[in-house]
Each structure stands twice: as C-alpha cells, then as structure tokens.
Design a protein around this ligand. Structure first.
Ligand SMILES: [Zn+2]
Length: 283
C-alpha cells in the first residue's frame, strides 16, 4: 500500500519528462490513445515470475522492459526474494546507468531507465522472524539464510533506504487521528527539489541521488560530529564505499527536506538508520 502511494508524493512530471515517458509507452504499444501525452508518473509492479528480458527489455524487435516502462516513475518488486536471481542481477546495470543498452546483430538501442526502485520482502520465508507477539518463526536458520542470500550485497548496496515495517495493530488502523495528506507531503518534496535544482543548475545532475563523487565532496560536507558518527558506523557496520556515499546523499536530502543548508549530525544519524539491512542481515 505504501509503495503504491509513492507516486502521489513525487513532484509532477515536467513536459520533458512527460515526452520521454510517452515515447517509451508509444514504442511499447501501450499508449491507450494516439497522440496523448502521459502525464502521470508510471507505477509498474511486475509479477515475480518476470524474466530478465521482461525486466530490461529485448526481443527480435527490441521492446522496452519494466525498467524503462517505469522511467521517471516507480518500479515496485513485491516479495523481492521470489524473483529469479537472473532478473535481480540484470537490475543492477540500469539502476547504475539509468539506461539500458540492447544489442542486436544489426543495431544497438538504448532505452532510458531512470526509475525509483521500491521492493518489499519478509524477514524469513514464514514471515514471523523477529516477531515478538503471539506467533514465532518456524523456519530453520538455514532456510532464513538461504532466503536472504537471494538478495545479493551489490543489489542491496544500490538501495538507499531500508525500512522495517512492523505490523500495524488494530488501535492504529481504527484511530481517528488524521494523517498528513499526500498533497502536503508533495509540497515539502517540491521545496526540497527546488533547492536541488538551484544547487545543480550548472550541471547535468537533477537531484541529490544523481550526485557524482566530486559533487558529494562539495555539497555533503559534514561537521566534526557528523564525520565522527559516520566513521564510527562505517567501522561498526562494515559498510561498503558505495553505502558510504549513499548515506551522504540521503543525509543531504534529509537536510533539504528540513530546509537546512548544512548537514547536521541528526541528518547523518537518520541516514545511517536507513541501512538497517546492512546491519541486521549482512553486517
Ligand atoms: Zn520464519
């Protein structure tokens, strides 16, 4: 449910983005009305039986795959460990390059694939690992290990935020408190995006997640406390260099959402929290 709501808090697509998405849907034969511009960010949730060709695209006359159909939008993979190893491995290159290159004997084609990957998984095959209340996990340690090892470290490294979602109890579901609306959240997101547009106006980078190493050094400077905390967690969690850069980018975004010019130690701490899976499963 959370994943499906993400497009509702993303900034609206600008004309350029609309055109890009429309072109892809046109090539894929998925435009419902000819000449109509796609204006909603795509949300794709392929079944876990999808092939690697289904993910990246292909065929005799190459067609865009799920990573391109979710360009400028969200690709949601529910129950991530259920997807085939090959389907998960082919995700890495488009995640990194934001485009897919398909080679055929006569031609080489590129499709854009700048999408937000969202995925969900259980902590173990039965789903009750680490559960405190009335039910306990019936899996053997070997089963748990095998299930988790389906997600490779390199893929996990490329995911910025890992969030544990505890079961929602009845009191919360039935409570009358009014949650913040998507519109309100979207306006905060838009403000943070404006800060980033200003920051990157003289480069090809669109937002914080696209920062190259030189930009990370320039825009993600930490004070002594922040540096200390990151150093400490780096050693303790055994983070990769890639995870290190991701923490800095996420901390920058958290600071932008808070309207702070400088990244503070609390922003770093929050960003580190989102590496939950490095700590718990693979750390
Ligand atoms: Zn279990």
């Amino acid at each position: 449910m959370l994943a499906r709501r993400i497009p509702s808090i993303l900034p609206c697509m600008n004309r350029q983005e609309s055109l890009e998405v429309t072109k892809i849907y046109s090539i894929a034969g998925l435009l419902s009305e000819r000449g109509k511009l796609v204006q909603e960010r795509p949300f794709r949730s392929p079944h876990h039986t999808v092939s690697s060709v289904g993910i990246v695209g292909g065929g005799q006359i190459p067609k865009p795959g799920e990573v391109s159909l979710s360009h400028r939008g969200v690709l949601f993979l529910d129950e991530l460990p259920e997807f085939s190893k090959s389907a998960l491995e082919v995700l890495r290159q488009p995640l990194e390059d934001k485009e897919v290159t398909l080679s055929r004997s006569k031609i080489t084609l590129s499709f854009p694939s700048d999408f937000m990957l969202i995925s969900s998984m259980n902590p173990c095959p039965c789903g009750f690992y680490g559960y405190e209340e009335d039910r306990s996990c019936t899996c053997t340690p070997h089963q748990v290990q095998r299930y988790r090892s389906r997600i490779s470290g390199p893929l996990l490294d490329r995911i910025d935020l890992h969030v544990e979602v505890p079961r929602v109890n009845f009191e919360t579901i039935s409570s009358k408190s009014v949650p913040e609306s998507s519109e309100e959240i979207r306006s905060r997101v838009n403000q943070a995006r404006q800060i980033q547009q200003e920051r990157f106006k003289e480069s090809a980078t669109l937002c914080n997640s696209g920062m190259v190493p030189a930009q990370i050094r320039k825009h993600c400077e930490l004070d002594q406390d922040g540096k200390g905390l990151l150093h400490q967690s780096f050693d303790r969690l055994g983070l990769s260099a890639r995870a290190h850069d991701r923490i800095l980018k996420v901390a920058r975004t958290i600071a932008d959402l808070a309207g702070e010019e400088k990244i503070q130690v609390a922003h770093v701490a929050e960003a580190i929290q989102y590496r939950a899976l490095d700590r718990k499963f693979w750390g």
